[in-house]
Design a protein. Sequence first.
Length: 392
Amino acid sequence: MELIEIEKYIVGLQEDLKKFLNHSTGHSVPEAKAKNWISLGSLRKLGLIISSFTDYIRLLILVRFNVNDIRRKRFVFTARNFCTNDNGSLHDKIVKPLFTDNIVFINQSKEYRLNKINNQRVYNLGGIVIFLQYTQGPEKSRLMRLFKAYSLVNDSIIRHLDGTELYMLFFYDLASLALIFSRYRSNVTLIEVQHGSIINYPPYVKPAPIKVAELFYVKNQETIDFLKTHLCLLFQTNYRLIPYPLIKRALLPGLNLLYASTLEFNGLHPVFTEFLRHNPERDLNLIIRLHPREKNKQSQFEEELANLNVHYTFDNSQNWLEGNKIANLIVISPWSSTLEDAYDNGLVSITIDPTGHNRYSHLLNSDRFFYSDNLIETIEIIKALHPHWFKV
């Protein structure tokens, strides 16, 4: 594809996603990434660029002169948001079900650097991307100068690879799109691992003008069916299911709820607040699971919950599914992908926002996946459907 066609496709992806987020949140979503970089201090910017050049040279030497070692490696393009923080140590939480070692982690963030993930080196390339964008001609838009910078960095690496697996965690950011449109694309096997809900999410709805990935790891068969008739309609693609861990769970007395926050919503949803304010259940076990980028808002949630006079705990486990031992847990959220994870693992899910209703309309079955604007009534329905859960 010509550069102008690529730009048109990227702009369309961004516009569709922005419309979705604006509709979901009810207000305009700012251009956060640009502002984040601009707001960084001069010394930090310089430090990011210098350290990025160092990491880039080390990575280039690795792929150029350590061919036998590289053949055993998998390249994972990741970011801090796809990791859990355990006492200062970062651990990958996306590709973990597939593999945990022999990974070359690449962080292309322009705002921060990472030292290690899973106690393995991370190569930070965001700083060099920032530098290279200013070397592009003024005839290109700012968007395409940045895209071209990512392309130059990615191409200089993957031109030396031969059949290596490259894992991206979502295809529609500029770093991943630069991989997809790379002139050396045939040198590698490009793989996407699902981290959120794909079905009805804007970037995945329209057929792509290019083969996005050779392989998708996804959460369920419904997602495979959706990709085949939407994003991947025009190109033959392979699919595999992510292997969920087998966990032994037990029924726990009382009403057991996990509330998963949604980043774009900011705070407790009014439907959930209303339920807690009038909740008739005396034996309520409430667990709050914050979105990874809302960990710094815990005090805000604590203030909201303090006014509702309920007992609760925060779930800070690396993986809530692995950590959950409650078989009769009900998961509630505006539209977090936690709902889909819960449903896939035999739990009951309730979306409490119209956006969630639209995203998960294919799962709504009035048995294990519900839409509710009155949780007291919906939970009574669930009790009638699954009485053994509440007779422990």
